[in-house]
Design a protein around this ligand. Structure first.
Ligand SMILES: Nc1ncnc2c1ncn2[C@@H]1O[C@H](COP(=O)(O)OP(=O)(O)OP(=O)(O)O)[C@@H](O)[C@H]1O
Ligand SMILES: [Mg+2]
Length: 345
């Protein structure tokens, strides 16, 4: 392919993104446009090569990266050249699945190829294992080729089953495809069915919630029950709990950031807090020691918090677990408060 010539032609092609619409194209080159979408426009360069010109560099990078993940497979057009705003690649010939299914039935063999395609997507690391039927082409030799792959990678939100492929097939072919999958891969079928069912339920709930008008006046009256500042004693206790929680959370973050062993310092903090609590609330039950656990006793009882984990201080995942431990601890602590109260009365 003559890259120099291609670059000259590309100077005469301008492609601009348009919100919620296909790109706008100004083409003063001799190249014929094969098609366009929201991300770019595709022009024929030779009998076998086309060039996709993008409206922005990120989409171009994304599509190029996605194509590169699949370059060892036979599923995608081969890439010949790339610039910040273009990718030159093989022209995909044959007929796309949308056109094909207009005159032909969805055979078991085609369903098997679609399932194999999804397996390949997963294997090469695509995040979205899904594709619209019009972006999937059947070749003369019966193999599949896929275009427009930018949206398979770098995603914030992904669906756990091929939602777009299934819906794009239409009700009848969707049912046929699912029946084929049920036979070829029953466990996958069961999972998909589960997600489809969840989606149906979500849809039904939305329909129920939509016309429901919350009674704001009643809610305003009832919501006074949630207020906490009127009863001075309760307010002080709750505020203390809140400040205590913030203090501990911040302290844990600081200790982890400093690479300290939180076990040792935790002991001290608990001792300190127990002393403060005793000072502030001398009337609190200390009798017997059985029911009124001190901060330290409660921590010991919880057991799992920091013990034996200090070696892995730099392991983020582990730190999160420890944080969870702390949250469990607080849950435990709350129930401790409840028990204490009951004990008082
Ligand atoms: N490699 C190719 N070979 C032949 N035709 C192609 C090729 N790539 C794209 N096309 C044609 O150009 C059209 C637009 O391409 P494509 O779908 O990749 O654009 P897009 O802007 O990324 O689309 P979308 O808005 O769906 O993301 C396609 O529908 C197809 O007709
Ligand atoms: Mg695209």
């Amino acid at each position: 392919m003559d890259i120099k010539q291609l670059k000259i032609w590309l100077k005469d092609i301008q492609v601009q993104n348009v919100v919620n619409s296909d790109v706008e194209v100004v083409n003063n080159s001799p190249l014929i446009m094969l098609g366009k979408g929201r991300q770019g426009a595709v022009f024929q360069v030779s009998d076998d090569v086309c060039v996709k010109v993008f409206g922005n560099e990120e989409d171009c990078e994304r599509e190029h990266y996605a194509l590169s993940l699949g370059k060892e497979t036979n599923l995608f057009p081969t890439v010949h050249a790339k610039g910040p705003l273009y990718i030159a690649m093989d022209i995909v010939k044959g007929v796309d699945i949308r056109e094909y299914l207009q005159s032909q039935p969805l055979s078991e063999a085609l369903s098997a190829k679609l399932l194999e395609m999804l397996i390949t997507f997963k294997k090469i690391g695509y995040e979205r294992i899904d594709h619209h039927k019009r972006q999937i082409y059947l070749q003369l030799d019966g193999s599949l080729k896929v275009i427009d792959v930018a949206r398979t990678v770098w995603r914030d939100r992904v669906y756990p089953y091929p939602r777009k492929l299934l819906t794009s097939l239409g009700e009848e072919n969707k049912a046929i495809f699912l029946a084929h999958v049920q036979e070829m891969a029953p466990e996958v079928y069961a999972e998909w069915l589960h997600y489809i069912r969840m989606e149906e339920i979500s849809h039904q709930i939305y329909q129920i919630l939509l016309p429901e008008k919350p009674n704001k006046n009643t809610l305003k009256k009832l919501s006074s029950q949630l207020l906490t500042t009127e009863d001075e004693a309760k307010y002080v206790a709750q505020l203390q709990g809140l400040v205590h929680k913030v203090f501990k959370e911040e302290w844990i973050k600081t200790m982890l950031a400093r690479g300290k062993n939180p076990d040792a310092v935790m002991e001290k903090i608990d001792e300190y807090w127990d002393a403060r609590e005793q000072e502030l609330f001398p009337d609190r039950d200390r009798k017997g020691g059985k029911d009124r656990n001190s901060e330290r006793d409660r921590n010991r009882h919880e057991g799992k918090r920091f013990v034996g984990e200090s070696r892995r201080d730099n392991d983020k995942h582990h730190n999160r677990n420890r944080y969870e431990g702390e949250r469990n601890h607080d849950r435990h602590r709350r129930s401790g408060h409840k028990n204490r109260k009951r004990h008082h009365s």
